[in-house]
Ligand binder design. Structure first.
Ligand code: PLP
Length: 379
């Protein structure tokens, strides 16, 4: 089956009990045993739930993984993955990863004896130089947030295999519709399903996809032990969102491309970051490893923070809000919003300036989006 069909039919659909086409929400904490020591496949929802299972099977197939697990949030998924490690282990991560991931590593996991090095993942030399004898994991995000920088996944996995290091890729921005990291040798894919996979700004959720059965067993053990799994209702919402993922991603990309090209021509704009632009430093690698460039566009405004504030205030169709990947267009200011948890020195080093604005381009009519940006820029 092709991607669009898997998004609608994967897992146990129609359901076994009554043939419901919409996957039933098994809103139950516990399940009656058939006999002493014999379940009907489920015993307790923290461990596993039939609604969550259909979502997990769907995501696993879309990503081309062995198995997937659904979590309460993207951060719950990441927290679970990082617990594959133990005190004394070292992680190399990208220097412009999601702000919450950075906070989890620096402000939480470091207290438990894990060590982290943050580097720009744009060259094999930089990556190799960050590796130590105790490096157990490389954490990549591409396109990254908020600068949309591109990491060559084949480069990362070739270095990782040589040193016998596990690789994790946060595929929230591209989604499996545009990028399948496991095809490039990545071991574990993580998602904030809050974003494009659900796509409607009405749920928070996460997912982990593993390339091997062995990693799947370890992740499921941790999910159950730590209690980080997704609820049945949230799982159902994400499942419903995924059925239209291919249509939405096409439209997000079409609108984002038009907006990125339009922004490049504006006098008030000093720089545009979108991997689908020939001017983007990661353009060639993005074209090689992705089927499309996604729906997030960042740009820098000339004229300092006052100009940024007035632009953001004047937007009408774009809402000033964190998060991304939903049908509704959003604009945000990374320095004070999504990346406020990153210390200013680290932000500066990563190139996240105070005049940077990030757009999550929705699927509204492009004329309305362009008109909104134009009136806010020229006001
Ligand atoms: C939002 C996001 C997360 C965290 O997900 P939540 O669902 O908000 O917990 C992780 N990585 C990326 C790239 C994100 O955009």
């Amino acid at each position: 089956m092709k991607f669009e069909t898997i998004a609608i039919h994967a897992g146990e659909r129609p359901d076994k009990a009554y043939g419901a086409i919409s996957v039933p929400i098994y809103q139950t904490s516990t399940f009656a045993f058939e006999d002493v020591g014999k379940t009907r496949g489920y015993d307790y929802t923290r461990t596993a739930n039939p609604t969550r299972k259909v979502l997990e099977d769907t995501i696993a197939r879309l990503e081309g993984g062995k198995a997937a697990f659904a979590f309460a949030t993207g951060m719950a998924a990441e927290t679970t993955v990082i617990h594959l490690l133990k005190a004394g282990d070292h992680v190399v991560a990208g220097d412009d990863i999601y702000g919450g991931t950075y906070r989890l590593f620096q402000d939480v996991m470091r207290n438990f004896g894990l060590e982290f090095t943050f580097v720009r993942m744009d060259s094999q030399k930089t990556l190799e130089a960050a590796i130590r004898p105790n490096t157990r994991l490389i954490w990549v995000e591409t396109p990254s947030n908020p600068l949309l920088s591109i990491t060559d996944l084949e480069m990362v996995t070739s270095v990782a295999k040589r040193h016998d290091i596990l690789t994790v890729m946060d595929n929230t921005f591209a989604t499996p519709y545009f990028l399948k990291p496991i095809e490039y040798g990545i071991d574990i894919v993580v998602h904030s399903t809050t974003k494009y996979l659900n796509g409607h700004c009405d749920v928070v959720g996460g997912a982990v996809v593993t390339a091997t059965e062995e990693l799947a067993e370890r992740i499921h053990f941790l999910l159950n032990a730590m209690g980080t799994g997704a609820s049945p209702f949230d799982s159902w919402l994400v499942l419903r969102g995924i059925t239209t993922l291919p249509l939405r991603m096409k439209k997000h990309e079409e609108n984002a491309t038009t907006i990125a090209r339009w922004l490049e021509k504006q006098k008030a704009v000093s720089r545009v970051y979108y991997p689908g632009l020939e001017s983007h430093p990661g353009y060639d690698v993005a074209r090689k490893q992705m089927k499309g460039f996604g729906g997030v566009v960042s740009f820098e405004l000339k004229g300092g923070i006052e100009k940024v504030n007035s632009f953001l205030k004047k937007l009408k169709v774009f809402s000033l809000a964190e998060s991304l990947g939903g049908v509704a267009s959003l604009a945000e200011h990374p320095a004070t919003m999504s990346h406020a948890s990153m210390p200013p020195e680290h932000r500066a080093k990563a190139g996240i300036g105070d005049n940077l604005i990030r757009l999550s381009v929705g699927i509204e009519n492009i004329d309305d989006l362009l008109a909104d940006l134009e009136q806010a820029l020229n006001a």
